[in-house]
Design a protein around this ligand. Structure first.
Ligand code: FEO
Length: 392
């Protein structure tokens, strides 16, 4: 695709990756993604902000005139989906310097073997004059790595935010057109990489809100001509209390755990608690992550396998522990054959969660009447705690 005009002097370059289905060999990308790169032509200096995955460098280079005098390549984030083509840009424009912060420099040297003398490092709040345009660098750490920063084009009021506010969507739209679609994709991305750094991101938002912003230009997905749409969404995900919802990831091998899970769902709904059920044998882990943003309680359903939880459940628990959702309660339900330590193993896998454990319900083999009664008590307890906490 050709470069697309944002303003007289700012263009969107990059690569729309319609085929991408997995990011970092972990995160499902049902809608593909884009790697956005931006060209700013000042009256004195020209800069590119971020690049694309190395394998798509030819597309990026084809969008740049051979006779362009490129002065700076700005790296807001060293992860290779944004930095991977910087070596090719340096090769095409050997006079260009790479601008990043000291942590970014260290990462780019180790990840891409860029020579030390190519760098200029900037501090938080430092400005770069392009002649008639001025970029201010704003450190916004942990969206997604510790070195991540944003850049604010003062005259045009554009915030280049890299992963921050990004959405994994392949689209020809320059700007957000379908807010519902972008909301879900942005929430998925927030859940998967930013939720664990909740407190730092609240500070980052306060920091960028000191600027007057007309456009947010992330390095994935379409641009936001109405910044309040995505800023308000982030504030809700970060600061709103958990909701009256149970997220229930589970696995069942021969049906007993599923019988218990289905019964618990019905019992919870009867008591006014919403449930999002995820069969980990088939689920999109990104959807689960989205619901972890809001869930008040997590219930894990697992059979006992080789004396511990099912490995797929262990994977789900490991992910939930890493994402540090705001849930306040957790419980475990499931079936076992002759014993084991599924509950102890799972509980030991969740040290990051600041949750109260509600008594698990384990059935020996196929659940009996007494097990279903215990599930009713569990549902009652969850409903009561949600009311006490004031979950909406
Ligand atoms: Fe889009 Fe952290 O890379």
């Amino acid at each position: 695709m050709d470069a697309r005009r944002i303003t007289d002097k700012v263009s969107l370059l990059g690569y729309v990756d319609w085929d991408a289905r997995l990011f970092d060999s972990l995160i499902p990308l049902p809608d593909g993604t884009s790697y956005n790169s931006f060209l700013i032509k000042g009256s004195e200096k020209n800069v590119i902000i971020d690049s694309v995955e190395a394998e798509y460098s030819a597309e990026l280079l084809s969008q740049l005139d051979d006779d362009l005098k490129l002065d700076y390549i700005i790296s807001l984030h060293a992860e290779q989906d944004h930095s991977g083509s910087i070596p090719m840009l340096i090769e095409k424009y050997p006079g260009a310097k790479v601008i990043t912060n000291p942590k970014g420099k260290e990462l780019l040297i180790s990840l891409l073997n860029i020579k030390e003398d190519k760098f200029i490092t900037v501090e938080d709040g430092e400005e770069l004059s392009l002649g008639d345009k001025t970029l201010e660098f704003i450190y916004t750490p942990w969206v997604h790595w510790p070195e991540t920063m944003s850049a604010y084009l003062k005259e045009d009021k554009i915030l280049f935010s890299c992963d921050f506010f990004g959405s994994h969507i392949a689209t020809t739209d320059l700007y957000v057109t379908d807010e519902g679609r972008v909301y879900e994709a942005a929430k998925r991305y927030f859940a998967e990489i930013m939720m664990p750094f909740n407190k730092i991101i609240i500070k980052n938002i306060a920091k960028i809100l000191t600027k007057e912003i007309s456009i947010i230009a992330p390095s994935h997905g379409p641009l936001y001509p109405k910044p309040s749409f995505i800023i308000d969404a982030y504030k809700d995900w970060l600061e709103s209390p958990a909701k009256n919802m149970v997220v229930l990831p589970y696995i069942s091998m021969h049906g007993s755990t599923k019988l218990m899970v289905d019964y618990l769902v019905t019992s919870l709904v009867k008591k006014g608690v919403a449930v999002q059920l995820y069969n980990l044998a088939v689920t999109d882990i990104g959807k689960l992550a989205i619901d972890l943003v809001d869930a008040g309680t997590i219930v894990i359903g697992t059979p006992t396998v080789l004396s511990g939880p099912h490995p797929n459940v262990a994977y789900g628990a490991f992910l939930a522990n890493a994402l540090r959702p705001k849930a306040k309660f957790i419980s475990i339900v499931g079936s076992y054959g002759w014993g084991g330590k599924a509950v102890e193993v799972l509980a030991g896998m969740l040290p990051n969660l600041k949750v109260e454990i509600i008594a698990p319900v384990l059935a020996k083999g196929v659940p009996l009447k007494s097990d279903f009664e215990a599930l009713d008590i569990l549902a009652e307890e969850i409903a009561k705690k949600h009311i006490e906490q004031g979950f909406l």
